[in-house]
Design a protein around this ligand. Structure first.
Ligand code: C2E
Ligand code: MG
Ligand code: MG
Ligand code: MG
Length: 290
């Protein structure tokens, strides 16, 4: 019986661990060849100025067009990209794609259009590598640092190492703005907002979801917006799915909204078509009112 149990344990646990390790290795190799083979796509989701209803910015969100599995969500492969270190190369590629499109949209849509790029802690804390490369690339495209916004999460600020402070200073020197992503879900110490130079707060989707007059999420969102404004930050609400949520956020003074109500993340060409359609609609409205 002991021998049976032993064999069971073996056949139950060891192979499962091995399978997991082999899968991870296979996935890491897949990720590497995906980058080389051009299987990644950057999708863009509009960030809408709530008062005017205009698209002012876009968030770049990576997708993996897997030959067998179809579109794979970043939630599935970003953690592996992080633990394998591949996120550094992937992140650089996302940045370059984002800058390329930002250049077009600043030229043809609005000179202040911004594309917002997510940075994993590993990318942000990457030693010895600052944002000089990014800046040089932007300069080649004739863009200022203002063309991109870097999205980081609260956890990073908790690790108040000098490395993090240095990176934030480098960004500021480069004129690149910083957004604090998923605000309210992490450690949310308000002292970070005073200590670090942050430009935007992104209120997490979990608050937007339950917005209703008199609700506690409404009270929290209102308080976040008032506080952010007093500190000179602008606020973007994530996960806006209904017109009611949009109205409540607008009434609370929220600056920007992002969510399925406006649009899902779409391929760059589609995003571009959205901007063109918006310009036409605005021009038609202006012609009618004059
Ligand atoms: P995030 O930065 O918080 O991005 C917002 C996520 O919310 C996106 O998920 C977006 O598709 C989704 N979303 C937007 N509006 C709505 C809505 O109205 N309702 C709902 N239910 N969801 C909405 P996505 O694209 O799956 O990305 C997930 C996360 O993966 C991102 O969260 C970000 O943390 C990470 N990620 C995506 N692209 C990159 C990248 O290029 N680099 C890094 N390091 N991380 C990335
Ligand atoms: Mg983000
Ligand atoms: Mg977010
Ligand atoms: Mg998120």
């Amino acid at each position: 019986a002991a021998k049976d149990a032993g064999r069971n344990r073996f056949s139950y646990f060891t192979p499962a661990l091995q399978v997991a390790a082999i899968n991870r290795m296979r996935m890491t190799n897949d990720l590497r060849s995906a980058l080389k083979g051009g299987q990644f796509r950057v999708y863009f989701q509009p960030i809408v100025h709530l008062r005017s209803g205009k698209i002012h910015k876009a968030e770049a969100l990576i997708r993996w067009e897997h030959p067998q599995r179809g579109l794979v969500s970043p939630l599935e492969f970003i953690p592996l990209a992080e633990s394998s270190g591949l996120i550094l190369d992937i992140g650089e590629w996302v940045f370059k794609e984002s800058a390329r499109w930002a250049s077009l949209w600043r030229r043809e849509h609005h000179p202040e259009f911004q594309v917002s790029v997510n940075q994993s802690p590993l990318e942000f804390q990457r030693e010895g590598k600052g944002y000089e490369g990014w800046l040089a690339h932007l300069r080649e495209l004739g863009l200022s640092g203002q063309a991109v916004v870097v999205e980081i999460t609260e956890g990073l600020l908790l690790d108040a190492s000098s490395g993090v402070t240095d990176k934030l200073l480098q960004l500021r020197d480069a004129g690149i703005q910083v957004a604090l992503d998923d605000f309210g879900t992490g450690y949310s110490s308000l002292s970070y907002l005073k200590k670090f130079d942050i430009d935007y707060l992104k209120i997490d989707r979990s608050f937007t979801r339950n917005l209703a007059p008199e609700s506690s999420d409404m009270a929290l969102s209102e308080a976040i917006i008032v506080m952010a404004h007093k500190l000179g930050l602008r606020v973007i609400a994530e996960g806006v799915e209904t017109d009611r949520q949009r109205e409540l956020l607008l009434a609370a003074g929220c600056d920007y909204g992002q969510g399925y109500l406006f649009a899902r993340p779409v391929p760059a060409e589609e995003f571009n078509a959205m901007l063109v359609a918006q310009s036409r609609a605005l021009a038609a409205a202006a012609a009618q009112s004059s």
